[in-house]
Write a new protein. Structure first.
Lengths: 161, 705
């Protein structure tokens, strides 16, 4: 994944906010960002799956990152956005409280995730980036969306088509 | 494995696949029609082709086994050997071995398959002594290069000729086996060939032929045969010649194996053995050539990766959605700007685009369609095998093989159908003794047909076996704890027979290794439901059982009924919808925590779609101003309460994506012309849930009213 290969060099991050924290994802995995609207709720889906949207004729699932990270879910505001990322060849929308900026982070400003969380196997983050006055949490797409997470087994494609 | 060009291997495997498929069907037929000379000839030729092509690529085991098959078949053809069940068994066993070897080649491994058991089995079936079973070292006739290599004089002459820019060709001639005139035909061939060039070598040699040592093959090396077609024609014109192929001697390397791998100047078409079959023999050379041309032409189909088709399919699906959107916009514009010429032109263009997109969509569907015969063709073997192991005598009769259906539907109904066929033979059909006692004909008949009916495919599977006894079904249901004795008694006969689809239900007194695999007919119903299909059963004790499967032509689109519930729009596949209407709260009763709807004399379980889809619908606060959709996916109709009914339209099925995977009650999603996402309801799972929960309530209500 793109995340891994850039660990050494400086990287471009899309920085967004969930609650009071800043999070970053690699700009190259980001497809587009738009206002929160038109989500169709899907019953019986995992709790953090908010529903699906129509992205230019494609049905794209949207997950609520706040629920995924255990951040308090507040009412949607005009700042709320859906960030569409590509993961494993498929588009997935992420609901965030606000998108702040695109930043370049030098490699020596990145620290690995604390070992304690790693060992518990529940870490959803790749590490941290120290930027001027704030700490940006680097999101590990693989653990957020990938098969490592127990309660979100992306099942074999049940596409009826 | 010999060093083979991957492309060449691919072509070879494809050909083998076709021949094996053909043999599979034909050998089964042969058992029923042992006197059909044309059929025997066809089988013989398929085996012969296999022998030739495997030998040519150096697959000795395949060539060895097919050689023995060919030999055996030759004796059948010559009337020296009668078709017996054992012989058919041996031939099928050999086919299986060939399939296993082919599979080995596909995965790139040299086969370690032992062919001796098959060879021994064939020999034994043919009544040969076991010591004759030295089939493993049977060499196909591709040994001419080796013979040439041994003969220094010939080698020299070939090299000299090549250095001289002359053409050297090898002609392989197969003479119809068993003919008394083999030697004569060989000599005739040599004579005719001499008129076109200088024959420098032949195996057997002219002396050997004159001493009557000729057999059914003759290999010739000729210098100066400029036109390969002419060489072929002149030999083909001779009586009793079964098969002629001409190769260009490709040059320097004259050791056995290199020769074939050397693509060099060898013309592909020349390498292809031309086998015109008996109908072509004795015809004018020109006609034969034309037939050969046709034969090659029929091989010209393209294999396309299904994934690539799916990508195209999705793109067309998106076009269909946009088409609807554009059409709507165009209509809106037209009403807004009545007199604009541009808008008029735009709307005409839109109409044209709509037409094109529809045709494109139809064409795309057509590309994915396969005749259902591709699936049916596997069944005669299956039925025969099951019948042999269970000691039944069964004929499978199929009809409507040409009926076309989406390949994804075919893939998904294959397992359910296999299961049903096994069941029909294993449990449905009686033993020959029982049948005789009951005065029924043997062999029993299993009939399988496919036909189009109102945009669906109807598959019918009928057996003339013992039928399903509703009384036995009731007793079993009680014994297995599926129903109480009271409930079982109240079931109609049809409902009792329908119990066969209940999970955990099996009518067989004991399970056998044929159908006792821990799965029952419930798997069939869920498998069929997975493609939005329906399965029904009718049966008459002593007469037989009929299963009817209603399947959609395609899984990519369907006719859907749109409904509103809460904040969502949902689509019901129209194939499940029986009727719709306004819901009268007075018809609803609540019994044991469940709701039922009384409607035209019947009592149906009632489901509130708002509850099932957690969409915040208040379901009309006491079911006022609600509508009802009555669907049938299982044994009984179920009523579903919705907030509003909308129009019917063509629904393009989209996946929810692997991230969500499968959500209960939802089969997928679709996008409407206005861009809204609608969810496609999984009616089978909706109904299953409510049917189980409400069965008791419905029964109670029925017994009261």
């Amino acid at each position: 994944m793109a995340n891994e290969e850039t660990a050494q060099d400086g990287r471009h991050l899309v920085v967004f906010r969930l609650g009071n924290e800043a999070y970053g994802i690699d700009v190259r995995t980001t497809r587009e960002i738009f206002h929160l609207q038109g989500i169709t709720h899907v019953p019986n889906a995992p709790e953090y799956v908010e529903g699906v949207i129509n992205l230019r004729g494609k049905v794209v699932p949207v997950i609520d990152l706040r629920k995924r990270f255990g951040v308090e879910v507040t009412k949607a505001t005009t700042d709320s956005r859906i960030v569409v990322v590509e993961y494993d060849g498929e588009d997935v929308g992420l609901i965030v409280d606000a998108v702040e900026e695109v930043l370049t982070v030098e490699a020596d400003h990145v620290a690995a995730a604390p070992e304690v969380t790693e060992q518990e196997g529940t870490s959803l983050t790749q590490g941290f980036a120290q930027l001027d006055d704030q700490l940006v949490i680097l999101v590990d797409m693989e653990t957020v969306l990938g098969e490592k997470e127990e309660d979100s087994p992306p099942q074999a494609r049940k596409a009826a088509a | 494995m010999p060093d083979i060009d991957p492309e060449e291997l691919k072509v070879f495997l494809q050909e083998v696949d076709e021949q094996l498929q053909l043999l599979d069907q034909d050998i089964i037929r042969l058992e029923k029609e042992p006197d059909d000379a044309d059929l025997i000839q066809e089988i013989f030729r398929a085996a012969h082709t296999l022998k030739g092509s495997s030998g040519m690529l150096g697959f000795k085991k395949m060539a060895g086994l097919t050689h023995v098959m060919e030999d055996t078949l030759d004796r059948v053809r010559g009337g020296k050997l009668a078709v017996s069940a054992e012989l058919i068994d041996s031939l099928l066993l050999s086919l299986d071995a060939l399939k296993a070897m082919t599979a080995g080649l596909e995965s790139g491994e040299e086969s370690t398959f032992e062919i001796e058991p098959m060879v021994a089995s064939l020999r034994q079936a043919a009544g040969d002594e076991p010591e004759a079973a030295a089939g493993a070292d049977v060499e196909p006739r591709e040994s001419i290069a080796a013979l040439v290599a041994e003969d220094a004089e010939v080698t020299e002459r070939i090299e000299a000729a090549l250095a001289d820019d002359s053409t050297v060709r090898a002609v392989h001639i197969a003479i119809v086996k068993g003919t008394e005139w083999a030697a004569v035909r060989c000599l005739q061939s040599l004579n005719e060939l001499s008129t076109l060039g200088e024959v420098i070598f032949s195996s057997p040699s002219q002396e050997e032929i004159e001493q009557e040592k000729a057999d059914s093959h003759l290999d010739v090396i000729i210098i100066g045969g400029e036109n390969p077609d002419a060489l072929r024609d002149i030999v083909s014109a001779i009586e009793d010649i079964e098969h002629v192929s001409v190769e260009t001697w490709a040059g320097a390397s004259n050791s056995t194996d290199e020769r074939k791998a050397d693509d060099g100047p060898v013309d592909d078409e020349e390498q292809r053995a031309i086998d015109l079959g008996p109908e072509a023999r004795g015809k004018e050379p020109r006609e034969q050539l034309e037939m050969a041309g046709q034969k090659i032409e029929t091989l010209q189909s393209i294999r396309v990766d299904i994934d690539r088709l799916d990508v195209l399919m999705n793109l067309v699906g998106e076009l269909v959605i946009d088409r609807t959107r554009i059409a709507q916009l165009s209509r809106t514009l037209r009403t807004q700007y009545r007199d604009s010429e541009e808008i008029e032109a735009l709307s005409q263009t839109c109409t044209h685009i709509e037409k094109i997109v529809d045709e494109l969509n139809e064409g795309m569907m057509g590309v994915r369609m396969l005749p259902i015969g591709t699936l049916f063709s596997k069944f005669p073997r299956l039925v025969r095998d099951v019948a042999r192991t269970t000691g039944k005598a069964v004929d499978l009769v199929t009809e409507g093989e040409g009926t076309e259906i989406d390949r994804s539907v075919i893939e998904k109904i294959k397992d359910p159908l296999v299961h049903m066929l096994r069941n029909a033979v294993d449990h449905g059909i009686e033993s020959p003794e029982e049948r005789e006692a009951a005065g029924k004909p043997t062999p029993a008949q299993v009939y399988l047909s496919a036909q189009h009916e109102q945009g669906n495919i109807i598959l019918t599977l009928r057996d003339d076996g013992k039928g399903i006894d509703p009384q036995v079904m009731r007793a079993n249901a009680v014994k297995k704890g599926i129903l109480t004795a009271d409930a079982a008694e109240r079931l109609s006969d049809a409902e009792a027979i329908d119990l066969i689809f209940e999970p955990g239900f099996s009518t067989a007194a004991k399970t056998t290794n044929v159908s006792g695999r821990g799965v029952g007919m419930d798997v069939v119903r869920s498998g069929v439901a997975a493609v939005n299909g329906l399965v029904k059963v009718t049966s008459e004790v002593g007469k037989g059982t009929t299963f009817t499967l209603q399947l959609p032509l395609t899984l990519a689109t369907f006719r859907g009924l749109l409904v509103e519930s809460g904040n969502g729009v949902y689509a019901f596949p129209l194939s499940y919808v029986q009727e719709t209407g306004q819901l009268d709260p007075a018809d609803v009763d609540a019994i044991v925590d469940a709701e039922v709807l009384k409607r035209s004399g019947d009592v149906l379980p009632l489901l509130r779609l708002g509850d099932a889809c957690q969409n915040g619908s208040a379901n009309g606060d006491g079911l006022r101003d609600q509508f009802v959709v009555i669907v049938k996916a299982g044994d009984r109709p179920v009523a579903i309460a919705v907030d509003a009914l909308r129009e019917q339209q063509e629904i393009v099925v989209k996946s929810l994506g692997s991230y969500i995977g499968q959500a209960d009650n939802i089969a997928g999603a679709s996008i409407l012309g206005d861009g809204q996402v609608v969810l496609i309801l999984d009616v089978a799972s909706l109904v299953k849930e409510v049917a189980q929960g409400n069965r008791r309530a419905t029964e109670l209500e029925r017994s009261i009213s």
